[in-house]
Write a new protein. Structure first.
Length: 299
């Protein structure tokens, strides 16, 4: 403090060294600039990634039950995947407000699981149309960051999902073709052999059931082909296959060995005779035929 007289007036002057304050303000301004630069760099990096990315702030009650997820940051890919013009449209909103299917698809359940277990959750969301055809598929990764924030990333895997489905269908089709008769759709020799092996293994440990193998062929089938043509013969074989398939229970096997030869693999209670089934099979096949036309024997 300094005193000075100017005419009839006494002037008091005070001064204070504010160098530290100016330095602190300068450092604070620099920190703000660096933070803004880091945020801009982060946003640029995120926008350059093809995976969708979003950071949310957790809103929870006193018992740490999650009430909502408020969007803090999202990259351009994330906005594009959600059909938005840009992330700014939804910043500050709850996940369920701008992603309504989050609850019905199971995504929200995965979010709650990640929060409650404090572990990363991975979730595949599939959207199907009314006929069950795949519209889209996305792989989500959900992870906590500290105790107040959550990061969710997701990737469009629709093409991959469709390729997997096509490969599975092709594999199933190949397996079916390798184990079924092309004309009648019944089991072929290869599948019959597998089923016999399986059934023998199970019967060996069962005291209640027995295994029966019934062989059937059609009398005079060659004459049908020679008289009416192979198309009529094929129609007859398919009709016989249908009648035999309708006779057996789930778990039994009806197979076509080729030509007019059929084999039926039956699991029967020990008190039931195979001859009863053979009689029913003969009756079913000869229905409407006018005269017997089936030779059957069992083993």
């Amino acid at each position: 403090m300094a005193l000075a007289r100017m005419g009839d007036h006494l002037v008091i002057a005070a001064s204070r060294d504010v160098s530290d304050v100016v330095a602190d303000e300068s450092l604070l301004a620099s920190a703000y600039e660096q933070t803004a630069e880091v945020q801009a760099t982060l946003q640029t990096a995120l926008d350059a990634t093809t995976d969708a990315f979003a950071i949310f702030e957790l809103n929870h009650d006193g018992d740490h039950h999650i009430l909502g997820l408020q969007l803090v940051l999202m990259n351009v890919s994330g906005a594009r995947e959600l059909g938005l013009c840009g992330p700014g449209e939804v910043v500050g909103m709850d996940l369920r407000d701008f992603h309504p299917s989050a609850v019905t698809s199971g995504l929200w359940t995965a979010v709650l699981a990640a929060a409650s277990t404090q572990s990363t959750q991975r979730f595949r969301l599939r959207e199907l149309d009314e006929t069950g055809v795949l519209n889209g598929a996305w792989d989500y990764t959900i992870a906590l960051v500290g105790s107040e924030r959550m990061v969710i990333t997701w990737r469009d895997v629709t093409d991959h999902e469709r390729r997997e489905s096509e490969m599975a269908q092709a594999s199933d089709a190949a397996r079916y073709a390798a184990t079924h008769d092309a004309l009648t759709g019944l089991a072929n020799r290869a599948l019959l052999r597998e089923r016999i092996t399986e059934e023998l293994r199970q019967v060996q440990v069962s005291d209640e059931d027995s295994l029966a193998v019934v062989y059937l062929d059609l009398d005079g089938f060659k004459q049908v082909n020679d008289t009416f043509g192979h198309a009529a013969g094929d129609h007859l074989l398919c009709a016989v296959a249908t009648r035999l398939a309708n006779l057996v229970r789930a778990g039994d096997t009806v197979a076509r060995l080729g030509g007019d030869e059929f084999v039926i693999l039956l699991r029967l209670p020990r008190h039931r005779a195979t001859v009863d089934f053979i009689a029913r099979a003969r009756a079913a096949i000869e229905q409407g035929c006018g005269s017997p036309g089936v030779t059957a024997r069992s083993a």
